[in-house]
Design a protein around this ligand. Structure first.
Ligand code: UT7
Length: 317
């Protein structure tokens, strides 16, 4: 893979999130499952999660906020990319519904790279911007609760619903993206999968083990591609699957644990939505300043992994 030589880059100029109103605590789950708040908190970091809504509904809510924040009219968007592994329908793509409901007049497509979907979408959006799009709306949205077996304690404690969105606008020159990596190990797809119409089935321990390796390899490849080192990173925005996966990955990457952003305690694992939910939370809490180098890193079913190194640049110059 060659280093980036873009003549037309992009910056994130708007962002928004959506979470369903219904809060499900660990105690709520323990009322019907053989589990406990202590076990779930200690083994995963999750204390509560949000359940409800539709993927398109959450995507529209987050997307509208991102457009508003960017000060961009829906008619100005040149492409909608929706990362989701839980579409509303088999056909058509959920992005077509989101496009219509947001009043966009552009092309729209879904990307399914499971929990790596948002970063796959981010890299895709940059490719379209390099090829002439001026403004792209990227959304990660999921209703994993629809494909969760609520009688299976090994998965029901983890998965949840939500959405996060960003507006990307073109700039002359390199833009925010310094480097990236996309990967997939399709031979491992059996360790986390759901058949059409079925529930998520997972070999938890094996996913955990593979996730740490895949995250770190992807992150290291993206850092190298960006020409920066782990010590240059101001904040890691990791996929929120398990707090112990984040702990292990930060240790292996040699980045202080305090530099990891996290929302898992209140969101659970929202797959494609987890990285934008975490990014926006970090922005809202003042953890990101202009010039900071961010490492976005995801992994998920497939097994996919994806990383993007961004130099945060604030608004479009
Ligand atoms: O987006 C990517 C998707 N997924 C992931 O990243 C998930 C990756 N895996 C994980 O996060 C963890 O493997 C889990 C949270 C799913 C499980 O944690 P673990 O520490 O790997 O537990 P384990 O599967 O090794 O099970 C340990 C014990 C077992 O009991 P025994 O055999 O030691 O008596 C399980 O039966 O914990 C038991 N157990 C539970 N106990 C209470 C499993 N699930 C639960 C539960 N409550 N919910």
């Amino acid at each position: 893979m060659q280093n980036l030589t873009p003549t037309r880059g992009a910056v994130i100029t708007g962002w928004g999130t959506a979470l369903p109103n219904k809060v499900v605590t660990n105690d709520d789950l323990a009322a019907t499952l053989d589990t406990s708040d202590d076990w779930i908190s200690e083994r995963t970091g999750i204390r509560e999660r949000r359940i409800g809504g539709t993927t398109s509904g959450l995507a529209v809510e987050a997307g509208a906020l991102a457009l508003q924040r960017a000060g961009v009219d829906p008619s100005e968007i040149d492409l909608l990319v929706l990362a989701t592994t839980t579409p509303d329908d088999q056909v058509p793509a959920t992005s077509s519904k989101v496009q219509h409901e947001l009043g966009l007049t552009c092309g729209a497509m879904d990307i399914n790279a499971a929990c790596s979907g948002f970063v796959y979408g981010l890299v895709t959006a940059h490719g379209f911007i390099a090829n002439g799009c001026d403004k792209v709306l990227l959304i990660g949205a999921e209703t994993l609760s629809r494909i969760t077996d609520w009688s299976d304690r090994s998965t029901a404690i983890l998965f949840a619903d939500g959405a996060g969105a960003v507006v990307l606008e073109s700039v002359d020159g390199p833009g925010q993206l310094l480097g990236w990596n996309l990967a997939s190990m399709g031979g491992l797809r059996h360790i986390l999968h759901a058949e059409i119409g079925g529930h998520l089935k997972m070999e938890g321990r094996e996913v955990f083990r593979q996730a740490v390796v895949a995250m770190c390899e992807s992150a290291e490849a993206a850092l190298e591609n960006a020409g920066v080192s782990a010590s240059d990173v101001s904040l890691v925005v990791p996929h929120q699957a398990n707090i112990r996966i984040i702990d292990a990955a930060m240790k292996r990457l040699g980045i202080p644990r305090s530099k990891a952003a996290e929302v898992i305690h209140r969101t659970g694992n929202t797959s494609s939505a987890s990285i934008p939910l975490t990014l926006v939370d970090a922005i809202d809490h003042g953890r990101i300043a202009a010039g900071d180098i961010l490492l976005l890193v995801g992994f998920g079913a497939g097994m996919t992994s994806a990383s993007a190194v961004i130099r945060w640049g604030g608004h479009r110059p």
